[in-house]
Design a protein around this ligand. Structure first.
Ligand code: SF4
Length: 136
């Protein structure tokens, strides 16, 4: 799917956040991802590096980064991007394109999930009798 094809946001909050159920950071202390008051210098760099390392093993990293950029999330490490990393990006990016990228990434994620579910009658995303995953 090319950019510009998904115009609407998901209709439910569950769909909007569906990818978060797969987040690697669900298993760790979330304070690793957020800067305490007054944190700076080497201590901040070490904490962010540790958070980014967890993001590096996360299977929803790209979606997470796209979300944080699209919503202009000001705090924390998301998708392997620190607050400064995202600030650099959003300074020169178009917010509408960032939102479109997130919607498209979310739609692609939903399609992947649909393919990994067992086939059911009335499943509009998978033809009846089709194999368990995408073909080609
Ligand atoms: S990319 Fe990082 S912040 Fe985002 S869900 Fe995964 S582990 Fe959490």
């Amino acid at each position: 799917m090319s950019e510009g094809t998904v115009q609407a946001w998901p209709s439910t909050l569950e769909e909007f956040w569906s990818w978060h159920m797969e987040a690697a950071c669900r298993q760790v202390d979330t304070t690793l991802f957020y800067s305490p008051e007054g944190e700076r210098g080497p201590r901040k760099e070490r904490r962010e590096a540790a958070a980014k390392q967890i993001c590096g093993s996360c299977k929803v990293r790209e979606l997470c980064a796209a979300y944080a950029i699209a919503t202009r999330e000001p705090y924390g490490t998301w998708g392997g991007l620190s607050e400064n990393d995202r600030r650099e990006h959003v300074r020169r990016s178009d917010p509408r394109m960032d939102q479109l990228r997130y919607r498209n990434a979310l739609a692609a994620w939903e399609r992947t999930k649909a393919w990994s579910r067992p086939a059911a009658d009335g499943d509009s995303l998978r033809p009846a009798g089709s194999p368990a995953g995408p073909v080609g």
